[in-house]
Ligand binder design. Structure first.
Ligand SMILES: *[C@@H]1O[C@H](CO)[C@@H](O)[C@H](O)[C@H]1NC(C)=O
Ligand SMILES: *[C@@H]1O[C@H](CO)[C@@H](O)[C@H](O)[C@H]1NC(C)=O
Ligand SMILES: *[C@@H]1O[C@H](CO)[C@@H](O)[C@H](O)[C@H]1NC(C)=O
Ligand SMILES: *[C@@H]1O[C@H](CO)[C@@H](O)[C@H](O)[C@H]1NC(C)=O
Ligand SMILES: *[C@@H]1O[C@H](CO)[C@@H](O)[C@H](O)[C@H]1NC(C)=O
Ligand SMILES: *[C@@H]1O[C@H](CO)[C@@H](O)[C@H](O)[C@H]1NC(C)=O
Ligand SMILES: *[C@@H]1O[C@H](CO)[C@@H](O)[C@H](O)[C@H]1NC(C)=O
Ligand SMILES: *[C@@H]1O[C@H](CO)[C@@H](O)[C@H](O)[C@H]1NC(C)=O
Ligand SMILES: *[C@@H]1O[C@H](CO)[C@@H](O)[C@H](O)[C@H]1NC(C)=O
Ligand SMILES: *[C@@H]1O[C@H](CO)[C@@H](O)[C@H](O)[C@H]1NC(C)=O
Ligand SMILES: *[C@@H]1O[C@H](CO)[C@@H](O)[C@H](O)[C@H]1NC(C)=O
Ligand SMILES: *[C@@H]1O[C@H](CO)[C@@H](O)[C@H](O)[C@H]1NC(C)=O
Length: 713
C-alpha cells in the first residue's frame, strides 16, 4: 500500500523560490531563445513518437513561448534567453528521453511526470548541473539510474517514483543539497542506505516505499534532526526499529507498513513530538503500545493493524486531540477500552476489529460527532448498544459483528437515530432473540447484515421503510413464514441472502421483478471516506479474500438455499439479467428448469442442487458464457447433459444424484423422455426436521465450494 500525505512546507518553499525568480527575472513577449537550447528541444521532441507538444511546438525561434517551456535572461544586459524550466507533465509523451536535454545547461526544473516515456536515462543527464527540481514519476523508464543522476549536484527535489528503475541503493551518489528524495514504486534492491543523510544535513523527505529493499535500518542516525517524512512501506525490511529513529524529533510522518519489522515500539517514541502520522501496519511488531501518546499532541493518524500488538489500547491516546484515524485492527489487544473519547472529538475512523477487547461498548464514543466509520467487529464486547450512540449523526459505517451484544430491539431503536448510517453489520450477536417489529425507518441504510444470530420471527415488514436498501443478509437464522411478496418491490435491492432459515411456501413471483436486477440502476457512491480501510471481504476456498470498499462492487446475488421453499421456478426469473449468483439449493422446489434461465446472461453461479426438479437440463444454458459454478445434483433430472459452452468444465459432482441424467456416450440414456411429466418420486422425505438437520451439516461444505460474500470483518 502506498500512503500519501500532504506535501510538506519545505516543498512549497522550493516552489516559492522558483516562482520568485520567474517574477524578478524580466520576461518580454516573444523571447527568442538561445539557438542551442532551441536545437536541444527540437531534438528532444523529434525523439518522441506521440504527445501534445509535437504539434504545439512550431518551428520559429521563440521556443520560450512553447508549451511547457520557461526562459530567463541570465543577466540584465543579455539578449539571449535560456531555457530554465521544462514542464511537460501529463502531456501524453511517448518515446525515449533524448540525450539532447543534457545540453539545456541552465535548466533548473524538469517535470516530465505522468507520461509514457521509456528506456534508460541518457548519460548526458548528468550534465544538468543547475537542476534543482526533477520529476520523472509515473513513466516507464528503466535501468539503473544512479550513474546518471549522481551528476546532479544542485538537486534539491528528486522524484523518479512509479517507473521500472532497478539497481542497488548502495550505488547511490552524493547529493549535498537534497531536500526531497522519492524513488517509491520501482524495483530498487539492496539495503537501506543512509548516505543521502550523511551528505545532506538538510534532507526533509525520504520516500523509498514499494521497492525490494532488505535488511534493517542501520545507519539511520545519520539522518537525525532534519527528516520530516520517512516512507519505507512495502519492502522487505526487517529487524527492530533502531533507537536512533526515536531521536528524529522533526519527524512528522513515519510510515513503514508492509515490511517484516519486529520487536516492540520503544517508550522513546515519546520523543517524536512532531509526529502526525504513525503507520506501522502489516509488520511483525509485538508487545504493548508504549503509553506515551500524551507527548504526541500533533498525532492525526495511528495505523497499526495486522501486527501482534498486545496489552490494552493505550489510554494516553486520549491526549491526542487531533486524532482522526485510529486503526488497530487485527492484533491481540485486550481488555476494556479505556479511552476518553470526549477528548477525541475529531475522530472520523475507528477500527479496533479482530482483537480481544471486552467489556461494554464505550459510552463516551458518542462524543465523536465526526465519526464516519466504526468497526469493533470480532471482539468480545457485551451488553447493549449505549443509547447515546444515537447522537452519532455522521456515522456511515458500523460493524459490531462477532461480539456478544444483546437487545436487538433496543439496538435498532438507537441506531435508527443515526440519520446517515448506510451500512449496519450486526452479524453474530443477539443470539436467539426475536426480530423486532417496531422499527420505524432507516432512511439511509444501504447494507444490513443480521446473519448468524439465530434470530426468531419472520422477515420484518419494516425493511420496507429502508428505501435505499441495496444489500440484505438475514442468513443463518431461524426465520419462518414465507418470503414476503413486497421484497420484490424493493427498488434498490440487488444482494439478498435469506439462506439457511426455515422459510417456506413459494418463492414470490415479485422477486423476478427486482428492479435493480432487471436493469442496473446507477448506484450512489458510498463511503469515499474509508481511508483505505477495507469494509467488506469475500473469502474463497483457498482462504484468499477479496476486499470491497463500496457496496456497489458486490456481485448481484440471490441466496435462498437451505430453507423449505416449494413451488416451481418462475419462468420470469429470466428477467433478472443483472444477476450474477442464484442459489436455490436445498429446498423442495419442483417442476422443470425453465429454459429462460439462459436470459440471465451475467450469471456466474447457479446452484439448483438438492431439490425435486425434473425434466431435462435446458440446452439453452450452454449459452451462459460467464457461468463458472453450476450444480443440479440430487434432483430427478433426466436426459442429456449439455456438453457445449461452459458445460465442458463442470465436474461430474455437479450432476450426480440424478439417476436419469446421462452424457452422450452413455447408450442406456433415455433421451426420449422430454415430456416434462412429473416422474414418480418415492423418496420424498417425510420428516422435514430430520432432513434439515442433516443438511445443515452438509451446507457448510457447500458454502466453501461456492464463494460468498461475508459481511463481517
Ligand atoms: C533523436 O535523438 C538522436 C540521438 O539521441 C538524434 O541523433 C536524432 O537526431 C534525434 N531525432 C530527431 C528527429 O531529432
Ligand atoms: C507542471 O504543470 C502541471 C500542470 O500542467 C502542474 O500541475 C504542475 O504542478 C507543474 N509542475 C511543477 C513542478 O511546477
Ligand atoms: C514527486 O515527489 C515530489 C516530492 O515528494 C512531489 O512534490 C511531486 O508532487 C511528486 N510528483 C507527483 C507527480 O506526484
Ligand atoms: C512520491 O511521489 C509520489 C508520486 O509518484 C507521490 O504520490 C508521493 O506523495 C511522493 N512522496 C512524498 C513523500 O512526497
Ligand atoms: C506503481 O507503478 C506502476 C507502474 O510501474 C503503476 O501502474 C502504479 O499505478 C503505481 N502505483 C502507484 C500507487 O502509484
Ligand atoms: C529522548 O528525549 C530525552 C529528553 O529530551 C533524551 O534524554 C533522550 O536521550 C531522547 N531519546 C532518544 C532515543 O533520543
Ligand atoms: C520475515 O521474517 C521471518 C523471520 O525472520 C521470516 O521467516 C520470513 O520469511 C520473513 N518474511 C518476509 C516476507 O521477508
Ligand atoms: C491479520 O494479520 C496477520 C499478521 O499478523 C496477517 O497475516 C493477516 O493477513 C491479517 N488479516 C487481515 C484480514 O488483515
Ligand atoms: C473525559 O474528558 C472530559 C473532557 O476533558 C472530562 O470532562 C471527563 O471528566 C473525562 N472523563 C473521564 C472518565 O476521565
Ligand atoms: C421497540 O420495542 C422495544 C422493546 O420491545 C423498545 O426497547 C424499543 O425502544 C422500541 N423501539 C421503538 C422505535 O419504539
Ligand atoms: C408449500 O408450502 C406451504 C407452506 O409450508 C404449504 O402450505 C403448501 O401446501 C406447499 N405446497 C406444495 C405444493 O407442497
Ligand atoms: C407412476 O406410477 C403410476 C402408478 O403407480 C403409473 O401408472 C405411471 O405410469 C407412473 N409414471 C411414470 C412416469 O413412471
Amino acid at each position: 500500500m502506498m500512503l500519501k500525505f500532504f506535501p510538506g512546507i519545505f516543498q512549497k518553499w522550493v516552489f516559492l523560490a522558483f516562482s520568485l525568480c520567474s517574477f524578478l527575472c524580466l520576461k518580454t513577449p516573444a523571447q527568442s531563445c538561445d539557438p542551442n537550447d532551441h536545437l536541444a528541444l527540437k531534438e528532444f521532441a523529434g525523439n518522441l513518437t506521440d504527445g501534445l507538444i509535437i504539434a504545439a511546438w512550431s518551428n520559429d525561434l521563440v521556443c520560450c513561448d512553447w508549451v511547457g517551456v520557461s526562459c530567463e535572461s541570465l543577466s540584465i544586459s543579455s539578449t539571449s534567453f535560456r531555457v530554465t524550466k521544462l514542464n511537460l507533465s501529463d502531456r501524453g509523451l511517448k518515446g525515449f528521453v533524448s540525450h539532447s536535454l543534457g545540453r539545456l545547461s541552465e535548466l533548473k526544473l524538469l517535470d516530465l511526470s505522468h507520461n509514457y516515456l521509456k528506456g534508460d536515462l541518457p548519460a548526458e543527464f548528468s550534465l544538468l548541473k543547475k537542476l534543482k527540481f526533477l520529476d520523472l514519476s509515473h513513466n516507464m523508464l528503466s535501468g539503473p539510474p544512479w550513474g546518471t543522476l549522481s551528476g546532479l549536484i544542485s538537486i534539491q527535489s528528486l522524484n523518479i517514483s512509479s517507473n521500472q528503475f532497478t539497481g542497488d541503493l548502495l550505488e547511490l551518489g552524493d547529493y549535498p543539497n537534497l531536500l526531497v528524495f522519492n524513488i517509491s514504486n520501482n524495483s530498487f534492491s539492496g539495503s537501506f542506505n543512509y548516505c543521502f543523510c550523511g551528505s545532506s544535513n538538510s534532507i526533509r523527505a525520504l520516500d523509498l516505499s514499494v521497492n525490494h529493499l532488505v535488511g534493517g535500518l542501520d545507519g539511520l542516525e545519520k539522518c537525525e534532526l532534519s527528516l520530516q517524512q520517512l516512507h519505507l512501506d512495502t519492502n522487505s525490511l526487517s529487524g527492530n526499529l533502531p533507537e536512533s529513529l526515536y531521536s528524529m524529533t522533526s519527524l512528522e510522518q513515519l510510515s513503514i507498513s508492509g515490511n517484516n519489522f519486529s520487536g516492540s515500539l520503544s517508550t522513546n517514541l515519546r520523543n517524536l513530538s512532531s509526529l502526525k502520522a504513525l503507520i506501522v501496519c502489516g509488520n511483525r511488531f509485538s508487545g504493548p503500545f508504549p503509553d506515551v501518546f500524551g507527548n504526541l499532541k500533533q498525532l492525526e493518524q495511528l495505523l497499526a493493524h495486522s501486527n501482534s500488538f498486545s496489552g490494552p489500547a493505550p489510554s494516553s491516546l486520549s491526549l491526542c486531540p487531533n486524532l482522526r484515524v485510529l486503526d488497530l485492527r487485527n492484533n491481540s489487544l485486550a481488555g476494556q477500552i479505556d479511552l476518553n473519547f470526549t477528548r477525541l472529538s475529531r475522530l472520523s475512523t475507528i477500527d479496533l476489529a479482530s482483537n480481544h477487547f471486552n467489556g461494554p461498548l464505550p459510552d463516551s464514543l458518542s462524543s465523536c460527532r465526526e465519526l464516519k466509520i466504526l468497526s469493533l467487529a470480532k471482539n468480545n464486547f457485551s451488553g447493549d448498544i449505549p443509547v447515546s450512540y444515537g447522537k452519532l449523526t455522521s456515522l456511515l459505517f458500523l460493524s459490531l459483528s462477532n461480539n456478544s451484544i444483546v437487545n436487538l430491539p433496543g439496538a435498532l431503536s438507537v441506531l435508527q437515530q443515526c440519520k446517515n448510517l448506510s451500512t449496519l453489520i450486526l452479524t453474530k450477536n443477539f443470539h436467539g432473540e426475536e426480530i423486532p417489529g417496531n422499527v420505524t425507518s432507516f432512511n439511509s441504510l444501504m447494507v444490513l447484515a443480521l446473519g448468524n444470530c439465530a434470530l426468531r420471527g419472520q422477515v420484518p415488514v419494516w425493511l420496507l421503510s429502508c428505501p435505499k436498501l441495496q444489500a440484505l443478509d438475514l442468513s443463518w437464522n431461524y426465520l419462518d413464514g414465507s418470503i414476503p411478496f413486497w421484497m420484490g418491490k424493493m427498488e434498490n435491492l440487488f444482494y439478498l441472502d435469506l439462506s439457511n432459515n426455515s422459510l417456506s411456501g413459494e418463492i414470490p413471483k415479485s422477486l423476478t421483478e427486482l428492479k435493480c436486477l432487471v436493469s442496473l440502476n446507477p448506484v450512489l457512491p458510498n463511503l469515499n471516506a474509508s481511508a483505505g480501510i477495507p469494509l467488506y471481504v469475500k473469502r474463497n476456498q483457498s482462504g484468499n479474500s477479496l476486499q470491497y470498499n463500496q457496496v456497489s462492487s458486490f456481485p448481484p446475488s440471490i441466496y435462498l438455499s437451505n430453507n423449505r421453499l416449494n413451488g416451481t421456478i418462475w419462468p420470469e426469473i429470466g428477467q433478472l439479467k443483472q444477476l450474477h449468483v442464484l442459489d436455490l439449493s436445498r429446498n423442495d422446489i419442483t417442476g422443470m428448469i425453465p429454459p429462460s434461465i439462459s436470459s440471465m446472461e451475467n450469471l456466474e453461479v447457479l446452484d439448483l442442487s438438492n431439490n425435486n426438479l425434473y425434466g431435462s437440463i435446458p440446452d439453452s444454458l450452454k449459452g451462459l458464457t460467464f457461468l463458472s459454478k453450476f450444480s443440479v445434483a440430487n434432483n430427478h433430472l433426466t436426459g442429456l447433459v449439455p456438453t457445449e459452452g461452459q458445460f465442458g468444465s463442470f465436474p461430474s459432482s455437479s450432476f450426480e444424484g440424478n439417476p436419469g441424467l446421462c452424457d452422450e456416450i452413455d447408450s442406456t440414456c433415455d433421451v426420449t423422455d422430454n415430456t416434462g411429466m412429473r416422474p414418480n418420486i418415492t423418496s420424498v422425505p417425510q420428516n422435514k426436521f430430520a432432513r434439515r438437520s442433516i443438511i445443515l451439516v452438509v451446507t457448510i461444505s457447500v458454502i466453501n465450494i461456492f464463494d460468498k460474500l461475508i459481511l463481517f470483518l
